[in-house]
Each structure stands twice: as C-alpha cells, then as structure tokens.
Design a protein around this ligand. Structure first.
Ligand SMILES: [Ca+2]
Ligand SMILES: [Ca+2]
Length: 151
C-alpha cells in the first residue's frame, strides 16, 4: 500500500512536469509562449521573465529537434513575424552568449551569410521569417516578437 501511494505521487509529479500553462506549447519538457507585440530585445527578455512567476526566459535553442519544432510551428501558424532568441554577442563581437549567461553552442541555425554584424552592429538574434525562420543577427533595438521558454 505504501509503495502504491509512493508510485502514485511520483506519477503525478511527472505528469505536472510536462504540463504547460494555458496558451503555452509543450515540447520535450519545455513550454513555449509566442508574444504578440513587436518590442526591443531587452523588452522581450523582460516580458518573458514576467511570465509564470519569473521562471521563463527568451528561448534557448540547444538542439536541432527543438529548432525544427519551433520553426515548424512558426511556419505553419506565424508566418510574418520575427522572434527573438535569448542570446547576444554584445560583450564580445562574434561570441554568442545566452543573455546574462554562458557561451552558446555548438548548435546554431544561421541563415547563409549570417551573422554579419551589419550596419552599425547587430548583436541580437532572431528567427527571421524571410529566411524560413533560420537565424539572423539584427539590431537589439529593432522591434520583433518575444518567444519565451519555461523549463
Ligand atoms: Ca554582433
Ligand atoms: Ca544580420
């Protein structure tokens, strides 16, 4: 009986861990929320941090599976917006880091020719709808949509 109750509790915990709040998409242990306003990079990061008791961040894409899932969803449902990734090379040009965190990699999905740090500098990264949502660097003060991840 004790073993049975223990298993029941553990089973419930596992179920909750893969559930997502209303309006969020679930994939492999993470939950994703697509913002509907175009804002600067830091505004998007702050928007994500304000979600779900301050536990979410702009998305960290670490595997091709995660990237393909998100690009597939954007291509099917969100064709005309660009979405921020939670990484920047503002500290050292060409060295991409998660915002406030460690170095990104080895997985990237830059569109050919990106990142090129064009114009007066491009230190933030987006899923670019014109590149079928492959990644591009862009100005951190351009206006794009947030893509938040909770894990
Ligand atoms: Ca740059
Ligand atoms: Ca660029």
């Amino acid at each position: 009986m004790i073993v049975y109750v223990f298993l029941l509790v553990c089973g419930t915990g596992l179920t909750l861990a893969t559930d997502c709040p209303d309006g969020w998409l679930a994939f492999k242990g993470s939950c994703y929320l697509f913002g509907t306003n175009n804002v600067h990079f830091t505004e998007a990061e702050n928007y994500c941090r304000d979600q779900h008791e301050f536990q979410s961040r702009l998305v960290h894409v670490e595997t091709s599976e995660e990237n393909m899932f998100l690009k597939g969803y954007m291509g099917d449902h969100l064709k005309v917006r660009d979405y921020w990734l939670g990484m920047t090379d503002e500290l050292t040009e060409g060295r991409w880091k998660w915002y406030g965190g460690e170095t990104v990699g080895p997985y990237f999905d830059w569109n050919p020719g990106e990142p090129q740090d064009a114009h007066s500098g491009e230190d933030c990264a987006i899923f670019h709808h014109k590149f079928h949502f492959r990644w591009a660097d862009t100005s951190c003060t351009s206006s794009r949509s947030a893509l938040c991840e909770l894990r």
